[in-house]
Design a protein around this ligand. Structure first.
Ligand code: BES
Ligand code: ZN
Ligand code: ZN
Length: 484
């Protein structure tokens, strides 16, 4: 389900839930609130009774004439991104009182409106395509939110709505069950994005992949009846191109582990092992919607299912990948790095300026940084800082991690050029060092989003399941690259 978000000039006469955004410390009087006097009095009384301070996301609620009214805190000298949490507080209140619509007053700048719109739309998202709706569901559903404001607010709302829509596309791809979301399903989604936004698209099927030597990608996909794919979308922005960027996303549509089989519990959520692909395709959609100038962006998604059949790849196989490097397989569950190796070798060959790969690559990364934060590894510190600053500007949590030289020795093989796993300790680092072998001297960032790509439970504006993490950071990075 999507929450429809728009903007109007006046909130007069709004029904449902009417929320006023206020800063902390809260010191407003009833006469100060842009709603009818009787409702304002009730809200102020409630705020006093509950000790409301205006902290981010804090709220008070009162019933007005035929509607609900609320105050929602935006914190002190609020950062614009805090308005996402204002949006999520508004949605929670509306759901609590079963209001069908929300009006929010008080997001008084373009960027605040953008993040508020994102917060509303992202909090209103539910993946309910496979749930048979009851009559009760239909009646009590929150369907629309309106931000009240001037032309600046309207412009901000419009951007927030477009970007949230792209994040929701990434969430939908993640949440779609693995019986439906297959490599071909991702390819079909990419074709739709290409058509909608006038981008170029190439999808390599298995024959083409074999002809071109994508043997690592094909090896991982060999254990499945679903054919593997390599998807390549190209966006060309208007104006002189300042930078050519490639965004590569791991698209394992189900990771059973292969013959290094995961225990049943560990297979839960492994339909979300395409979180990197979802971020890449979500970013392609975002870029198509906002049309940043001065950049050429390549979106590359190697996509397979990692299953087991009589033809599946085996531990101890040696495979020569696209780059010519041979890899000895020591664990078929370290499959993401294999399909990425071929995709990275393919795209760096095309002389792009910078490559960002995103992958739900290692459980070790979740152990290191927790479920909310992605790891950033890079062969260029300046590139890493620019990316980290873009992620920070849109409030996606990332942390710079080291490519410790000494760990590279763990990847030595006695019978091939390299093997596909290192030791248990530092597992996110050895995975990143494996990928580094396939990017040559191209500036490169690897984002391990095994934690934040999926959520066990909803929090703030994040839903349970696929989160769409990375779309906003990537979009911000791409947009800045065209401007700078
Ligand atoms: N898809 C997993 C990583 C993963 C684990 C993502 C948990 C999200 C949540 C990846 O393919 C994998 O299985 N990695 C192994 C690597 C190991 C065999 C070196 C892991 O992390 O255990
Ligand atoms: Zn795996
Ligand atoms: Zn995996």
């Amino acid at each position: 389900m999507r929450l429809n978000v728009d903007c109007i000039e006046s909130g007069d006469g709004a029904a449902g839930l009417v929320a006023v955004v206020v800063a902390s410390p809260f010191d407003r009087s009833a006469a100060d609130l842009p709603i009818d006097a009787a409702s304002a009095e009730r809200l102020i009384a409630e705020a006093k009774a509950t000790g409301f301070t205006g902290a981010i996301g804090e709220s008070v609620l009162a019933s007005g004439a035929n509607r609900w009214v609320a105050l929602i805190g935006a914190g002190p000298a609020a950062k614009a991104t805090s308005y996402r949490r204002v949006g999520s507080a508004a949605v929670k209140l509306a759901q609590q009182v079963k209001a069908g619509t929300i009006s929010v007053i008080g997001a008084n700048s373009r960027s605040r409106a953008r993040f508020l719109a994102e917060g509303l739309a992202l909090s209103g998202y539910r993946f309910d395509d496979h749930i048979t709706p009851t009559e009760e569901d239909r009646k009590s559903q929150l369907t629309g939110a309106t931000i009240v404001g001037d032309d600046e607010v309207k412009a901000g709302t419009a951007i927030g709505v477009e970007l949230a829509e792209a994040v929701c596309l990434a969430r939908d791809l993640g949440n779609e069950h693995p019986g439906r979301c297959t490599p071909e399903f991702l390819a079909e989604t990419a074709r739709t994005i290409a058509k909608q936004h006038g981008m170029e698209i190439t999808v390599f099927g298995e024959d083409e992949l074999a002809k071109r030597g994508f043997n690592l990608l094909l090896a991982v996909g060999r254990g499945s009846d679903e054919p593997s794919r390599l998807i390549h979308l190209v966006y060309r922005g208007a104006g002189p191109i300042k930078k050519r960027i490639a965004i590569v996303g791991k698209g394992v549509t189900f990771d059973s582990g292969g013959y290094s089989l995961k225990p049943s519990d560990a297979q839960i959520n492994m339909h979300l092992d395409m979180g990197g692909a979802a971020a890449a395709l979500g970013c392609a959609d975002a870029v198509g919607r906002t049309q940043p100038e001065g950049v050429e962006v390549h979106f590359v998604v190697p996509s397979v299912e990692n299953l087991v059949n009589g033809n599946a790849y085996k531990v101890m196989e040696i495979i020569r990948g696209y780059s010519g490097t041979t890899v000895e397989i020591h664990n078929t569950d370290a499959e993401g790095r294999l399909i990425l190796a071929d995709a990275l070798a393919y795209i760096t060959e095309q002389k792009v300026d910078e490559v960002v790969d995103l992958a739900t690559l290692t459980g070790a990364c979740v152990v290191a940084l927790g479920e909310e934060t992605a790891a950033v590894f890079s062969n260029n510190d300046d590139f890493a800082s620019r990316f980290i600053s873009s992620a920070g500007a849109v409030d996606e949590a990332v942390w710079h991690m080291p490519l410790v030289d000494r760990i590279e020795g763990q990847l030595k093989s006695s019978v091939a050029d390299t093997k596909n796993i290192g030791k248990r300790w530092g597992g996110a680092i050895s995975a990143a060092l494996f990928l580094k072998k396939f990017v040559g001297d191209t500036d490169w960032i690897h984002v391990d989003l095994a934690g934040p790509a999926m959520a066990d439970a909803a929090w703030e504006y994040i839903c349970k399941g696929g989160t769409g993490f990375g779309v906003l950071a990537l979009h911000e990075y791409v947009t800045r690259s065209g401007n700078g």
